[in-house]
Design a protein around this ligand. Structure first.
Ligand SMILES: Nc1ncnc2c1ncn2[C@@H]1O[C@H](COP(=O)(O)OP(=O)(O)OP(=O)(O)O)[C@@H](O)[C@H]1O
Ligand SMILES: [Mg+2]
Length: 233
């Protein structure tokens, strides 16, 4: 269990920079980014292709280390952690929803969700029960036995959300979760993410280009050329 302190930001980023490569081929993807997200906020991060959105999300998700600056998740300075500590930090804090859903093709919806729980040390029996509960929560009752290929794009993305919720991480990060969906399914999937923030106090950061879903955000952050500015209160 992660101690979540009162008045503690869910995400606090200070003077964050990321440079890919070095010497003549060095490329600055993020420069002097500051951001703060409160627990339970539902944030969208938007900006042109190549502006640094995935880079920023990967750093928040403890997948990538920053070049400079500080990242705190629920008060813990994760940017000071060694690479070897990142997997444990991810397990403690983060649920990831990827653009391409990234489900394991040979496993059923239930097994895809169970896998994450078993990695977290759950028994098969408990993982099975929890996976079914989570699939129900994202609106997929009766689909637990289906393989990804037998599900629609929207249904696959719901499985991906159920998987991100497994184990109860306080921070959900989603990279273009609606990119492959039609307008109706895009809205439904986004509404599920928003409900998680509203009803369960999870903090959700969604990277998106999708102006059909902007109205659902508590706040929209805009990033351009690796710099951050806030677009809407
Ligand atoms: N591993 C890498 N090595 C070198 N440059 C990289 C690497 N990953 C990303 N970049 C560069 O950093 C910049 C930001 O990339 P990033 O993937 O964060 O953009 P993005 O905003 O997510 O774009 P998109 O909307 O197209 O997904 C781009 O110019 C990209 O080419
Ligand atoms: Mg991207």
């Amino acid at each position: 269990m992660i101690p979540i302190l009162r008045n503690q930001a869910a995400v606090e980023v200070k003077q964050l920079s990321k440079v890919y490569g070095s010497g003549a081929t060095a490329f600055t993807a993020l420069r002097d980014v500051d951001m703060r997200v409160e627990p339970g906020e539902f944030i969208m991060l938007e900006g042109p292709s190549g502006s640094g959105k995935t880079t920023l999300l990967s750093i928040l998700g403890c997948v990538l280390s920053p070049t400079a600056g500080e990242v705190r998740l629920f008060g813990e300075n994760v940017s000071a952690s060694k690479d070897s500590q990142l997997p444990q930090l991810r397990l403690s804090y983060i649920g990831f929803v990827f653009q391409g859903h990234n489900l394991v093709a040979s496993l059923s919806a239930r097994e895809n969700v169970m896998l994450v729980l078993q990695l977290r040390g759950w028994s098969v029996r408990a993982a099975r029960q929890e996976a079914e509960y989570l699939l129900d929560q994202v609106g997929l009752p009766g689909k637990a036995d289906s393989k990804p290929r037998d599900l629609s794009g929207g249904q696959r993305q719901r499985v991906a959300i159920a998987r991100a919720l497994a184990g109860g991480p306080p921070l959900i990060l989603a990279d273009e979760p609606t990119a492959a969906l039609d307008a109706e399914n895009g809205l439904k999937v986004t509404e599920i993410l928003r409900q998680l923030a509203r009803e369960q106090g999870r903090t959700v950061v969604v990277v998106t280009h999708d102006n059909r879903i902007f109205h659902l955000a508590d706040r929209i952050l805009h990033i351009e050329d690796g710099r951050m500015r806030e677009a809407k209160p």
